[in-house]
Design a protein around this ligand. Structure first.
Ligand code: CTP
Length: 407
């Protein structure tokens, strides 16, 4: 998602600047062309040398802005060059300037001289962040579709205060940059309510033993991230999963469940208001007939465990689906992935299915990448080459959007 893409980073002056070094390094390693502007205050925290070494390109400061030039003005060149501008950390001062349209340094002039999407990752002391003036500026920018905000997180701040104001983690900012590069900042799913299931359900035999599966939840969470970055509202029914979802991701309602029965109840409750439902969770197909309330001693464990099937949640949703709703299933397969996926598509009354191999180390359970064949109920098929789960999530939404103009 990053190869050859032109990413401009703006760095404000705050202690969080040191974290931006990691972001710049990740962007470069991911194949992006990276340019960096430091405000004068930012240069008090990190040097242009650090940034230029990591980005493999000279870093720009206000000194460059005021240099006589024989070419076009620097802020115009950079503004036209950038496919995305990510400002991290955004200080209260830079936020106020951008909200008012002020331009008194290289960074704020470049904001006005560019048309690309802008990602803002604020960081400051909690009292500063909570000031009415700062919140007003933040809201003003949030209402402008050109700007997307990320964070701030709550936690221990460098001023010893515990509260809101920590900059979002570099890995989170990187994911938002990738989504914005994919969409070009378009919020084409605005108004859509999307229900997503993720993770792997567990069926407990006793309080410490369960039947489960290796699902990490990465695909379901990637779908949720992609959906909200495109303007949708997401209900995420999440079975146990390895990855954490940052609390500041807007427009995601997280509904934790453990067993298939809990997932079924949560999905049925949320299904009515969903335009699209994507069942990415790995549901354990069976459960122990008996569940012991206390831990069974080893000697009491049976040599054969009596099991019973759990209900097929997706098939139930297929049965109560209304004409304006789209229902998308997943088929994690080994060997031939298309035939069984087609059978599931028909049997569970789906509008589309994502068939993906789980017998490769770079796709399926736990991996950061995935490969898939998307198939809809009209027989339309699209092969998706190996890519990140976030990119696959975006491609799934592109496919679903054109599946049928139902909703
Ligand atoms: N699914 C479900 N409820 C279940 C089992 C599966 O909703 N009890 C959903 C999965 O979330 C997935 C789709 O059905 O979206 C296909 O799941 P998969 O495990 O591939 O297939 P199964 O229907 O369980 O059939 P089989 O295990 O025989 O391949």
């Amino acid at each position: 998602m990053l190869t050859g893409r032109r990413v401009l980073i703006g760095i404000g002056g705050g202690i969080a600047t040191y974290k931006v070094c990691e972001l710049i390094s990740q962007l470069f390693q991911g194949g992006a062309e990276v340019r960096v502007i430091l405000t004068e205050a930012a240069t008090k925290f990190i040097t242009p040398l650090t940034v230029s070494t990591l980005s493999r390109h000279r870093a720009y400061t206000d000194e460059d802005f005021w240099q006589p030039t024989h070419s076009r003005p620097l802020h115009i060149e950079l503004g036209e060059w950038a496919e995305i501008l990510a400002i991290a950390p955004v200080t209260a001062n830079t936020l106020a300037k951008i909200a008012c349209g002020l331009a008194d340094n290289l960074l704020t002039n470049t904001v006005l001289a560019s048309r690309c999407p802008i990602l803002l990752a604020p960081a400051m002391n909690t009292d500063m962040w909570e000031q009415m003036s700062v919140q007003k500026n933040w809201q003003t920018l949030q209402q402008n579709p050109r700007y997307q905000g990320i964070g701030p997180e709550s936690g221990l701040l460098a001023c010893d205060r515990v509260g809101a104001g920590r900059m979002a983690e570099p890995a989170e900012i990187l994911l938002s940059i990738q989504s914005l590069l994919y969409t070009g900042g378009k919020r084409d799913l605005t108004g859509k309510k999307i229900l997503i299931s993720a993770g792997g359900t567990r069926e407990y035999l006793d309080p410490v033993r369960f039947i489960g599966n290796p699902s990490t939840g990465k695909m379901g969470v990637a779908l949720a991230r992609a959906a909200v970055s495109r303007g949708a509202y997401v209900d995420l029914v999440r079975a146990p999963m390895e990855i954490k979802l940052p609390p500041y991701l807007h427009n995601i309602r997280s509904i934790p469940v453990v067993s298939a029965a809990q997932m079924e109840q949560a999905m049925l409750e949320a299904f009515d208001r969903a335009h699209w439902t994507l069942m990415a969770a790995a549901v354990a197909d069976v459960k122990p007939v008996d569940r012991s309330p206390s831990k069974l001693p080893k000697s009491a464990l049976p040599s054969a465990l009596p099991l019973e099937p759990v209900s097929d949640i997706l098939a139930k949703l297929g049965d109560c689906k209304k004409p304006h709703q789209l229902l998308i299933g997943f088929a994690a397969q080994t060997g031939d992935i298309v035939k069984p996926a087609l059978e599931k598509l028909a049997k569970k009354k789906l509008d589309a299915i994502v068939a993906n191999p789980v017998d490769r180390s770079d796709a399926g359970f736990g991996s950061d990448t995935n490969q898939a064949i998307l198939i809809d109920d009209r027989g339309r098929k699209q092969d998706i080459e190996l890519c990140s789960k976030l990119e696959l999530a975006h491609k799934i939404f592109d496919f679903v959007k054109t599946t049928r103009l139902k909703s």
